[in-house]
Design a protein around this ligand. Sequence first.
Ligand code: 5AD
Ligand code: SF4
Length: 470
Amino acid sequence: MKEQGQLEAQRQFDMMEQCRKRILKLCERAGRPLTYHISTFGCQMNFKDSEKLAGILEQLGYKETDSEQADFVLLNTCTVRENANLKVYGHLGMLKSYKKKNPHMMIALCGCMMQEELVVAKLRKSYRFVDIIFGTHNVYKLAELILTRLETEQMVVDLWEDAREIVEDLPAVRKYSFKAGVNIMFGCNNFCSYCIVPYVRGRERSREPEDIIREINQLVSDGVVEVMLLGQNVNSYGKTLEQPVSFAELLQRIEQIEGLQRIRFMTSHPKDLSEDLIEVMRNSKKICRHMHLPVQSGSTRLLEQMNRRYTKEQYLELVDKLKAAVPDISLTTDIIVGFPGETEEDFQETIDVVRRVEYDSAYTFIYSRRTGTPAAVMEDQVPEEVVKDRFQRLLEVVAECSAKRTGRLEGEIAEVLVEGISEQDSSMVTGRLSNNLLVHFPGTEELIGQLVLVRLEEARGFYYIGARIQ
Ligand code: 5AD
Ligand code: SF4
């Protein structure tokens, strides 16, 4: 498997070289560099894939531009909820008009939405101006697909139902110089009954720990101080490897990397969160004091319908253990409102969990029916007005709880990783605490990427205003 991955990487480097020559000729003909733009929808996984795609496009000689009026436009799509799909069709309408003005423009679509047969059938029929369509499993093939498009002058569609080998070490453009996302696993095996992800991202596959460590070592030598380990369910990392390694063990190994200062990860599934992991977090100097722990619903009855494989009580027990082991931990979550069959009593159970856990923040979603998932054909879909009313009430409780949490660090001194100049005030910089909350304080550009000590002087809703301690 590993050799296959290496061979494929080599093949793709050859493709990039060939494609680069073609693109250079096009640049000469145009008398200017060709430009690219990537619009990314959805989750961290997609943003990570987009960095890889940008890496390939830069290798080919394309230059990035802010606007979708570029020579190569790529939409990296999401399909987790229906409105994510609608957004893509909106963009496509606009791109069609840009292409009329620039007939050599290339439009490519990739990501989760492309893994759905009905979507692709619709694109083939009604969106003939799209040049390239590919999915979630063959991101690394972009150069080859562009080359095919240039050679055949026909719509290129390359979709795989399942993943093949993991291809390592292709180029990537990173958005930040000091922090980076690192895939530790791909796909998901959980089949929560509302969720389309396992169908579009395939079965769970973990990267070898050695490959992950090697990548992080390289990132650290390039100046990265914080990594975000990415997976749909990081807590089940390593179970499918030939020599299984647990997520807790992986974290311990990553902790040893000299020069690396902070480790984050997402997303955690409560059913797989081990005692070992809690222990590792308790003892770690580098793992950030934040856990995103999606609860989805507070009703044990609905959790069973959702195929989440934990009860309300088990979830709350886990939260208690985490808070006991890591007292300053900040918890965030995902909640779905209006899952089929949700009653007012079920909904009150969710409100109860929110009040008990006191999340720092919660991502709240209205249930969206995804064709092909078990929940889509469940009876008792909840009427829209009822869902909207519950959603509003949930937002209020979430806001109440976050407000209670803010201000708890006022007056304390904490370490902040500076991320950039503040968008509101150019005499200030913005950074993040270990628990992921934002801090603004007076400072200049040179601080970007540095960890500095800041006194948190004033809490203002979701962020703090601070002052650097010399
Ligand atoms: N409807 C609404 N929300 C969904 N999510 C996943 N599938 C759906 C759906 N069909 C939410 C879950 C998940 C987050 C990434 O998206 O809360 O944790
Ligand atoms: Fe979807 Fe559940 Fe997998 Fe998360 S764990 S990606 S919600 S199926």
